[in-house]
Design a protein around this ligand. Structure first.
Ligand code: HAM
Length: 418
């Protein structure tokens, strides 16, 4: 035997129980988002690498270390999507969605790929449910998407949730703030971790994320971006918070909230669950009013979020996996095989959940298998005649007329029982 091939590290097979969970999340998202005006979108699994390099940002971990990029054989650099916002914005531009009534509200549930160190709740292929509302800078849109995520996580029974929120202002405010922060970091360089020190130029904001003690001390006296917001940005942020208050969504203001993607402007937020371990982020997002220009479009505001489907399920302690009810199991002696097949096919065509013996079991084994499936009715086809059993009442009737007779008897009795 040759060596066994396993799934790549950091990936997982979605088996029945988890698939049921995915289904519940998808259903909950559809029921919540479609009536709120969000339409489904799915973009390709891979995109031009430049979309993420420019959209997500060259200095981010995602672009620097976590992308699955490769030459597609035709000299193009292709990347398996690490996130969904840049692709949805690309699609908005490509399909001229600015001509539609704004904002254009879209949702997706797709798989994404990041070359991260695998651990509980962190995978190299994972699933996100997300929304993007593009074409309006009204603070009500920020509040709407946050309220919807709060609802979705609530509907899914996610436990011990906390919402943290902040505002990053405009790129200009951020640039000025960045210089101020860099000056602060340089002035205290000897107390910083090596990693933070080496990234002062590239990504000084990440210093707020550090768990290094000396760095944390330095950051306690660091200037905060929220204190540097322009009056307009402050007013936008206050309006978002007022709407969240009105919607009874509780949040913590966290001026050190850092998101791993560069495109954010103004509002940023993250839902974390204390029920999870180190990877506590269940969902997050924010406004990205400059992203469209980065990828070659006209200035167009947008706001959205994505939540990890696996993490939603972990935070809600899994969902029950109700096995699909079986209406009819057909057991048979070998000469009646074709009849069994006909009965199952016709029953399925009539909308019944029907199964038949497929593994060559003895009649006794077949009846055991019927019990395992939990079938309501069991048809037993013997060479010398057929019977229909009702597993709920214990009733049994002889059925005349071959396959037709059995199908008719099931149809007659399914509602009432034998
Ligand atoms: P993100 O914070 O990078 O944002 O990812 C959103 C969520 O995806 C995380 O909160 C987490 O639940 C899940 N996630 C991320 N990486 C992994 C992983 N390796 N394994 C399992 N789950 C993971 C974004 O992706 C933005 N596009 C969100 C957004 C939409 N912002 C605006 N619009």
């Amino acid at each position: 035997m040759s060596e066994k091939i396993q799934a790549p590290r950091g990936t997982q097979d979605v088996l029945a129980e988890m698939a049921a969970g995915f289904h519940v999340v998808e259903d909950a998202a559809r029921r919540l988002l479609e009536p709120a005006g969000y339409r489904r979108i799915e973009t390709p699994t891979f995109e031009d690498t430049a979309l993420f390099a420019r959209g997500v940002g060259e200095s981010t971990d995602v672009v620097q270390k976590e992308m699955y990029s490769f030459d597609d054989g035709g000299g193009r650099s292709i990347t398996l999507r690490p996130e969904g916002t840049a692709p949805v914005c690309r699609a908005y531009l490509e399909h001229g969605m600015h001509k539609l009534p704004q904002p254009v509200k879209l949702w997706y549930l797709s798989s994404f790929f990041r070359y991260e160190k695998p651990q509980a709740g962190r995978y190299r292929q994972f699933w996100q449910v997300g929304v993007e509302a593009i074409g309006s800078d009204d603070p009500a849109v920020d509040a709407e998407v946050i309220v919807l995520l709060d609802r979705l996580l609530g509907d899914m029974g996610a436990r011990e949730l906390r919402l943290r929120i902040s505002s990053l202002g405009t790129p200009e405010t951020r640039a000025a703030y960045r210089e101020e922060l860099q000056a602060h970091l340089r002035a205290n360089a000897d107390r910083l971790s090596d990693e933070v020190r080496s990234r002062i130029d590239l990504n000084p904001l990440r210093a707020f994320d550090s768990d290094h003690e000396g760095t944390q001390e330095v950051m306690r006296s660091a200037p905060l971006l929220v204190d540097r917001l322009t009056a307009e940005d402050r007013a936008h942020f206050d309006a978002v918070l007022a709407l969240l208050d009105a919607a009874d969504v509780s949040y913590e203001l966290d001026p050190t909230l850092v998101r791993g993607l560069d495109y954010y402007t103004r509002t940023v937020f993250e839902f974390a669950s204390d029920a999870l371990g180190a990877q506590s982020g269940v969902g997050g997002g924010g406004r990205y009013d400059g992203l469209m220009e980065l990828i070659g479009g006209p200035p167009t505001p947008g706001v959205g979020w994505a939540a990890g489907v696996e993490r939603i399920l972990l935070a809600s302690g899994g969902v029950p996996d109700p096995e699909a009810p079986v209406d009819l199991f057909v057991a048979y002696e070998e000469p009646r095989r074709a009849d069994a097949f006909t009965i199952v096919t016709r029953s399925r065509n009539a909308g019944r959940a029907a199964q038949m013996e497929l593994a060559g079991r003895s009649l006794k084994g077949q009846l055991k298998q019927a019990t395992r499936t939990g079938a309501r009715f069991v048809a037993v086809l013997r060479e010398d005649g057929s019977v229909l059993q009702d597993t709920e009442t214990g009733g049994e009737v002889a059925v005349e007329g071959g396959a037709d007779g059995v199908v008719a008897a099931v149809n007659r009795n399914l509602g009432a029982g034998l």
